[in-house]
Design a binder for this molecule. Structure first.
Ligand code: ZN
Length: 210
């Protein structure tokens, strides 16, 4: 099982390194101007004049997840679960992310389930965890695993299940051009990995069979 303190330390190291390496806003604006010129256009023409500023502000939104700590979001748990010992599932959590190979959108939804042991968390918090990892440069497999291990470390439930389905614009708008293709990844931990009937129950609840 992943140790919570270890995850916490790793997450802090990442945020500190990112803060140290962060360029100035002017450097970011200049980089966008360079990319516009690289595309073959003139950053000083009327229609593009405000673009570097808009792109930099969009980045603040797309990549807001670097400044946030998902373990902190899950810290406030409710320990009184009055004997509830069934699977908790939040399905169809929409997210938008960006692929770390091409920096183009990954758009999809995540389904998150866990079997509580002592602690439960407000369901909106599970959606926030998905959001934090989505708002970073990602590959879908890594994002799926990060969501699952973070919930496992924070809530110490009997198991965690995460299924992510998404369309990658790097596949649909460039390269092999396969519009409509979606990718499905899953990470099953604890009872969801070890017990086929618990896993089937989760998959049935999210409307899938695998
Ligand atoms: Zn890509």
């Amino acid at each position: 099982m992943t140790d919570r303190a270890e995850l916490e330390a790793e997450s802090r190291r990442q945020r500190e390194a990112a803060a140290r390496q962060r360029p100035s806003r002017d450097e970011a604006l200049a980089a966008v101007r360079t990319l516009i010129r690289w595309a073959g256009d003139d950053p000083d023409r009327e229609g593009l004049r405000g673009t570097p500023d808009r792109v930099v502000r969009s980045y603040d939104e797309f990549f807001a997840g670097y400044a946030e700590n998902p373990l902190e979001i899950l810290q406030r748990t409710f320990s009184e679960i009055s004997g509830y010992d069934e699977v908790v599932v939040l399905k169809d959590i929409p997210f938008e992310s960006h692929c770390e190979h091409h920096m183009v959108p990954i758009v999809g939804k995540a389904h998150v389930g866990y079997l509580p042991d002592r602690r439960v968390v407000g369901i909106s918090k599970l959606a926030r965890v998905v959001d934090i990892f989505a708002r970073r440069l990602q590959i879908q497999e890594k994002m799926t695993a990060e969501i699952a291990t973070t919930i496992l470390a924070a809530l110490q439930p009997r198991g965690v299940a995460v299924v992510v389905e998404a369309t990658h614009e790097c596949m649909t708008t460039r390269g092999i051009h396969r519009p409509g293709v979606s990718m499905v990844t899953s990470q099953m931990l604890g009872v969801f990995r070890d017990d086929a009937s618990t896993r089937r129950e989760f998959l049935a609840l999210i409307g899938r069979s695998m």
